[in-house]
Design a protein around this ligand. Structure first.
Ligand code: SF4
Length: 482
């Protein structure tokens, strides 16, 4: 058991993030202590006294010297981040392990890149590996180029359809299987259009982008999809947008009629996501479409005038080798989509494996994902793609990243606005999260204040409570927020 005793502070959650990164186990917070199941015993004290943080290994790992057991040297960081950084350094010494993003857990690397003066600082202070420090800086520059073109008071709209044709084995979203909910879909569309009718006229902010995502919005049948798109774009508030994007994620839901409905509404950006071009993997993860279905959907969209197509791939899909992943990516690069987004899969632990097997499996997976991500970054940059947004999910094995790459000047402004936490987002539909960003007094982008307004997740409850949800969002965006 690993025990972490906190004294003089309550930064439980940042420390839990670091403990989880090293152990792969979920920490428990009990009586002012953090406990993590491990196959070794150790006790660590994390102290904050008179503004000074120190971290000490008080028990276990007898082979470490006195100097190695204690961390007192301080970086000029907020105390929660300094506690986390020191714990990372101590656990690295104890377990002889480091991670590509070092102590950057639970925080966007591009945000931290904005705070330090150079790539070397990310490595020196936070233990970020050199190639990742370079990636963070390159992406920060890409993000800033996009943000500079947006209005700080502008609003970005998310419209969510949380239904999919089938559920992928690795899915961590709230999406439900549409075939089981066919009767619900028209009412769901009507509820969302009603929510827009009630909210949009009351919000006096310039709307810059719309992202229609999911789930899979194109899971609606041709007629309902066309009615939905017509309904959305009948709102005069959406008449002066700089960007419209629709997620048509599952190639098996794409038809000529749906693409035509999007073209009539003036939409030229679309996401078609193969995740992999290995049919064996697609079958294994329950995607119910083939690589050929993806190619056909891609060619159809191209022939109908969609001039920016994003395609997602995932590293670490169950049973997929690094060779299969690299081969998929090469094939994708040959198709020349304007955007390619590389996601890292967050792994669920298998309950039937022993702890030793879990750790061994994790080591193997980590080294496989390393190969895939290193290959992606090199191959995409050699093919002329540049990273323009980056985020990390907490539960991703090894704390790996998701990166959006663009060719030319084709970045998705919505994605940058959303992921950078620098712009406000108004979300329609069940499970959506609206976000209001307040600028800091000093104008420093790292000092913004963010308030969030969640929407009911369950589709039936959402339909029944749509007026309430609309009123809540109007209040959220119109009250002064002080
Ligand atoms: S397409 Fe995406 S949202 Fe839908 S089930 Fe698969 S992973 Fe989940």
């Amino acid at each position: 058991m690993l025990t972490i005793r906190l004294s003089g502070h309550e930064h439980f959650y940042p420390l839990c993030d670091v403990a989880r990164l090293f152990t792969g186990s979920i920490p428990r917070v009990e009586d002012g202590e953090i406990h993590v199941d491990t196959d070794y015993d150790a006790t660590i004290e994390s102290k904050l006294r008179e503004g000074k943080v120190s971290t000490l290994l008080t028990d276990g790992f007898a082979e470490l010297t006195e100097a190695q057991r204690s961390i007192t040297e301080q970086e000029d960081l907020p105390s929660s981040r300094e506690c986390k950084r020191q714990l990372y350094v101590l656990l690295s010494r104890m377990l002889n392990k480091t991670f590509p993003w070092g102590a950057l857990t639970g925080i966007r690397p591009t945000q931290v890149a904005r705070e330090v003066s150079c790539e070397d600082d990310l490595t020196r202070i936070y233990g970020v590996r050199e190639d990742k420090a370079k990636l963070a800086f390159a992406t920060m520059r890409g993000e800033d180029e996009v943000l500079d073109t947006t209005n700080p008071d502008g609003l970005h709209i998310y419209i969510g359809i949380p239904f999919c044709p089938t559920r992928c084995a690795y899915c961590s979203f709230v999406a439900q299987e549409a075939p089981r909910k066919t009767k619900l879909l028209p009412s769901y569309v009507d509820a969302m259009l009603k929510e827009m009718d009630l909210v949009l006229p009351k919000i006096e902010r310039p709307i810059e982008t719309i992202y229609i995502g999911g789930g899979t919005p194109t899971v609606l049948d041709d007629e309902l999809f066309a009615r939905f798109i017509r309904g959305v774009f009948s709102h005069k508030e959406f008449s002066n947008l700089r960007e419209l994007t629709v997620e048509a994620g599952r190639p098996d839901t794409i038809t000529e009629d749906k693409l035509q409905a999007l073209r009539v509404a003036g939409i030229t950006r679309i996401c078609i996501n193969p995740q992999t071009l290995s049919d064996a993997t697609l079958l294994r993860v329950g995607r119910k479409h083939t690589a050929e279905d993806f190619r056909n959907a891609f060619k159809l969209a191209r022939s109908m005038g969609f001039d920016v197509i994003n395609t997602d791939v995932i590293t670490g899909l169950p049973g997929e080798s690094s060779e299969e992943f690299c081969d998929s990516l090469k094939q994708l690069i040959e198709l020349a989509p304007e955007n390619i987004t590389v996601h890292s899969l967050s792994k669920k632990r298998r309950a039937d494996l022993s702890r030793e097997d879990v750790l061994r499996e994790q080591e193997e997976e980590l080294s496989k994902m390393e190969k895939m991500l290193t290959f992606s970054s090199r191959a995409l940059q050699e093919a002329g793609y540049k990273p323009y947004y980056l985020y990390k999910q907490k539960d991703t094995l090894g704390g790996h990243e998701n990166v959006g790459y663009q060719k030319g000047n084709t970045s998705c402004v919505y994605n940058v606005a959303m992921m950078s936490d620098q712009r406000s987002v108004l979300s329609f539909g069940a499970g959506g999260m609206s976000k209001r960003v307040f600028a800091g007094e000093d104008g420093n982008p790292s000092h913004v204040r963010i308030e969030r307004c969640p929407c009911i997740k369950d589709a039936i409850q959402y339909i029944e409570n749509v007026e309430k949800m609309a009123a809540k969002k109007v209040l959220f965006f119109t009250e002064n927020g002080e």
